[in-house]
Ligand binder design. Structure first.
Ligand code: ASP
Ligand code: MG
Length: 423
């Protein structure tokens, strides 16, 4: 059995969905668990819808109408006419969403967010499953909320592997028993709590779903189908001369993604490493090409790799009473960060100031500054970038930092990190 994952870009329009069918058709004798994300940029649009609903920021009706129209347009490119049962099903899903945002918010922002944003994956997989069945690619749709069991940390839910493994064995694997081959279509990114609320695993979390399902079903491999030829040494969005890495150790893959390489979600690797399940990253545009394999190997990465994290904020925290930054202050600061789910991408400590570089999430940042400002003076720089170079080459690093202001810098034997701002 193999696990495949198709992200938003691979299902962004009717042509892309047909390409997914063509790829699945190449594996007629396999048992496949196929994990699919929301279509195109739907998750971003649903985030806007959540903000409109919760913070009365923007027009919820218009945003919802646009999301709906986008999905119906894709369906019109897939089905012969609107008599197909899938239209009623998708219409109903949007009606339910409409009802949900007509009420006043009853839960926390994060809780409401997960109930709304998860609809992107639900409608995407329903459309694709129905299309595949109509195109002769027989498959069974499964609700990931009944498989991936999590706690109720909304927007960053923690997976209960034991419960999930039981659900996968009892509900999912039994579907394969009757036949030699078969396809299960399910959602990435979403899970369910013991109280049957929907949770999400964090943005871009569909890769992680694929890894969890592979771990729990002892799959032979995972393949992430992407719009790039594999894992590259830099993001082609920022760099011209990228090279594809043919193979990576789990360790190197963990480090690259930890520092912000967006090609795979950072949580994906560990469950696979624990069961020695190889991960292939391949192009859905060129499915015959080799791509990258991430597996156990003694071959550590020796080419320089460059990772940019944009839209960062550098926050400097200074005790108002002029005490030094010591363990008690640090422990207080970290408790606030952890309470608001803020992840530190780089940090540095001096006698009277503690600096952290974090993703610039407006709501989270406002909340932590609010809680810190009684005891600390908080200064910050927005619009900064965090650049990480592994196996660095000093010349290239200097060139990259040219005409930029370096606000903070850290260097170890393998890794050079800079927080930079354009002049
Ligand atoms: N649809 C979700 C997102 O855009 C999950 C994913 O694509 O992996 O973040
Ligand atoms: Mg994605």
């Amino acid at each position: 059995m193999k696990v495949f994952k198709f992200g938003g870009a691979s299902v962004k329009d009717a042509g892309a969905v047909k390409n997914v069918a063509a790829i699945l058709n190449k594996f007629p004798t396999e048992q496949l668990i196929v994990v699919i994300s929301a279509m195109g940029k739907t998750t971003n649009a649903l985030e806007k819808l959540t903000d409109a609903f919760f913070y009365k920021k923007g027009d919820a009706e218009t945003i919802l109408a646009e999301i709906k129209e986008y999905h119906f347009k894709i369906m019109d490119g897939l089905f012969e006419n609107r008599n197909h049962a899938a239209y009623t099903e998708i219409e109903n899903a949007f009606v339910e969403l409409h009802w949900a945002i007509e009420d006043e918010p009853a839960h926390t922002y994060n809780h409401e967010y997960d109930q709304i944003v998860s609809i992107g994956e639900i409608v995407s997989t329903k459309i694709i499953s129905a299309y595949l069945n109509s195109a002769g690619v027989k498959n069974t749709w499964m609700d990931a909320r009944g498989l991936i069991q999590t706690d109720n940390t909304y927007r960053d839910a923690k997976v209960d592997f034991e419960l999930t493994e039981n659900c996968v064995k009892n509900e999912l694997l039994s579907k394969f028993k009757e036949s030699e081959n078969g396809i299960i279509i399910t959602q990435g990114f979403i899970g369910g709590t013991s109280e049957n609320f929907t949770t999400t695993l964090g943005r871009e979390g569909s890769d992680y779903t694929a890894a969890i399902l592979a771990y729990c079903s002892n799959a032979e491999s995972v393949t992430i189908w992407k719009d790039v030829p594999g894992v590259l040494n830099a993001d082609p969005k920022w760099f011209d001369n990228t090279v594809k890495l043919n193979e990576l150790t789990y360790q190197d893959a963990i480090e690259l993604t930890y520092y912000g390489a967006t090609v795979i979600h950072p949580k994906t690797i560990k469950p696979l490493q624990n069961k020695n399940i190889p991960l292939f990253v391949k192009s859905f545009l060129d499915p015959k090409e080799e791509g990258t394999v991430i597996h156990e190997s003694d071959q550590r990465l020796n080419v320089a790799s460059y990772i940019f994290k944009v839209d960062q904020i550098l926050i400097s925290i200074q005790p108002k009473d002029f005490s030094f930054i010591a363990e008690d202050n640090l422990s207080f600061i970290f408790s606030i960060l952890s309470k608001h789910g803020v992840k530190v991408n780089m940090m540095q400590n001096s006698a009277i100031s503690f600096s952290i570089c974090v993703d610039n999430d407006e709501y989270k940042i406002t909340s932590i500054i609010d809680e810190l400002k009684d005891q600390f003076k908080v200064l910050y720089n927005t619009n900064v970038e965090l650049m990480t170079v592994r196996n660095y080459d000093a010349d290239i690093v200097n060139k990259l930092a040219q005409n930029k202001i370096i606000l903070m810098e850290q260097r170890s034997r393998n890794t050079h990190q800079l927080i930079i701002k354009s002049e």
